[in-house]
Design a protein around this ligand. Structure first.
Ligand code: NCD
Length: 295
């Protein structure tokens, strides 16, 4: 059966736990574990990325695979070729797997359905970013074991693919989820379709009950109306400062951070319980585990 990770919905809880436990194991014994057969993997990034693209590349190389990085400027898309024609071209070179980040929603699943090759969604518009959620869970599991935690997700939920995948995953895990966001950055109707037990808060003043606070980036590139006014309002009311935190809450952010919009310099540079760089580190092992699962 050809496998895919285009959404958290593609994985059963058992598969999620296998992938995450494997990533944790790889992270505690960071030696390279070569795959038996070398595969050819295409890493197609049609939106900017630092962490995700490099971590997939490093993950593939640590496993001994060949990986080919393609971005918009390097591809014939920049010469006006249609998306579909570029895909047929790439697929006919018979890659063993395709990793894709695209600004359009649902393109990873469409490629899978049309070409029946293993596909990983590395972020599709504001829809989903399943490998980011899996790596977040791996960091949480390493920190809390199997404890049922309470996690607050704060920021631009509406335009964030990380939020959408994480709400699905944390719901599957039975975590308590709180969304801390102004009304203009959350669509409560669509969120309650995934989980109707979520608690909503509209400020950061009452977060002492949280085990973890996950801040999310304001997705400037996806906001079409009143960008500056939402940015300024958000910054004034939700930018995380030392005064919001007690020393017990763990802090996460998938990166990149808009400094002093979601997180102040004082917190980003010196908060002791920040897991942000642990998320970066786990990204490589988690993506190794995902490639092993897929191939
Ligand atoms: C996220 C993304 O691209 O969706 N970043 C990442 O993959 N580490 C989050 C974001 O860009 O805000």
């Amino acid at each position: 059966m050809v496998k895919k990770i285009t959404s958290i919905d593609d994985l059963s809880l058992t598969e999620i736990k296998l992938i995450v436990d494997r990533a944790i194991k790889l992270s505690s014994k960071p030696r390279s574990i070569k795959a038996k057969t070398i595969k050819n993997i295409f890493n197609l990034f049609l939106e900017p990325s630092t962490r995700t693209t490099v971590s997939f590349e490093l993950a593939a190389k640590k496993l001994g695979h060949n990986i080919f990085n393609i971005n918009f400027d390097k591809s014939s898309l920049s010469k006006g070729e249609t998306f579909e024609d570029t895909m047929s071209t790439l697929v006919n070179m018979k890659p063993d797997a395709l990793i894709i980040r695209d600004r359009k929603e649902h393109s990873p699943i469409k490629i899978f359905e049309e070409h029946k090759i293993p596909v990983i969604n590395a972020g599709d518009g504001k829809n989903e970013h399943p490998t980011q959620s899996l790596l977040d869970y791996a960091v949480l599991k390493k920190t809390f074991g199997n404890k049922k935690i309470t996690i607050g997700i704060c920021g631009d939920i509406k335009h964030s693919r990380v939020a959408h995948s994480n709400i699905k995953l944390f719901t599957k895990l039975n975590y308590n989820i709180e969304i801390i966001s102004p009304n203009y950055f959350v669509d409560k109707k669509s969120v309650s379709k995934i989980n109707n037990k979520i608690v909503y808060k509209n400020n950061l003043n009452d977060i002492n009950n949280l085990d973890v606070l996950m801040m999310l980036r304001v997705q400037k590139e996806r906001i079409t109306k009143n960008l500056n006014s939402s940015l300024n309002k958000f910054k004034a009311n939700f930018c995380l400062k030392n005064s919001h935190l007690n020393s017990k809450i763990y802090l996460m952010h998938p990166g990149p951070v808009n400094r002093n919009i979601e997180i102040s310099d004082e917190v980003l540079d010196s908060y002791k319980r920040s897991l942000i760089l642990k998320q970066v580190e786990m990204g490589v092992y988690l993506r190794m585990a995902c490639l092993e699962h897929l191939l």
